[in-house]
Design a protein around this ligand. Structure first.
Ligand SMILES: [Zn+2]
Ligand SMILES: [Zn+2]
Length: 207
């Protein structure tokens, strides 16, 4: 699996393009903004986008969904409990930030815990990790996990937004992420990459 990272938007959200070297099939994770940079990478690497995957519904992760779906004709997948965020500026928090991202359409695929998605030779498993938002999910491949705003390098996501719950967030991290292999690479929604093993040592929220 190859991973391209593009930092997008005013909150420096990480948009990831993951792809299979053999088939050039790809998925975009969290296209928060800057659709043209994302399209440029897709074209430069001649990728065939199978899915637009959303770790959750906050505006800084979904702002380029509408444009990319139309441009790439790829289905948009989000957990059912965050699906309303796509067309609701209060739920996706853009209203509170004074930046209306506009309607992003409706979800094509409602994700649930344990779902599997296939991108060429890559299998992605959906892990429901509520706490930052009700419908937060992580996408797990054989050697990496895309954690959205659930888990960061040395920190964790906020739980004070509507639908957030600190206890639930800690439970999700400890019971569903810290059980993964220590070598598993963490691709977070903001900031630098890490590994599960490293977070066990440096992350003050993990015990
Ligand atoms: Zn968020
Ligand atoms: Zn975010």
């Amino acid at each position: 699996m190859e991973v391209i990272t593009i930092e997008v938007g005013p909150l420096a959200s990480n948009c990831y393009i993951l792809y299979c070297q053999n088939t050039k099939r790809a998925a975009i994770v969290d296209p928060g903004a800057e659709e043209q940079s994302i399209i440029n990478q897709i074209q430069r690497n001649k990728l065939d986008v199978q899915y637009i995957l959303l770790t959750h519904g906050h505006f800084d992760h979904i702002g380029a969904v509408k444009y990319l779906r139309e441009e790439l004709n790829a289905p948009v997948a989000i957990h059912a409990e965050d699906a309303d965020c796509l067309n609701d500026d209060s739920k996706n928090l853009s209203f509170y930030m004074g930046m209306d991202i506009g309607g992003q359409g409706t979800a094509d695929i409602m994700l649930k815990n344990g779902d599997k998605l296939y991108v060429g030779d890559i299998t992605l498993k959906v892990i429901h990790t509520p706490g930052h938002s009700r419908g937060s999910v992580c996408f797990l491949s054989s050697r990496a996990v895309f954690t959205g705003d659930t888990l960061f390098h040395g920190s964790i996501g906020r739980s004070d937004f509507p639908g957030g719950d600190f206890k639930e967030l800690i439970n999700s991290i400890n019971n569903k992420l810290m059980v993964l292999d220590d070598n598993c690479i963490i691709y977070p929604g903001h900031g630098p990459v890490s590994t599960i093993g490293r977070e066990k040592v440096i992350n003050p929220y993990i015990k």
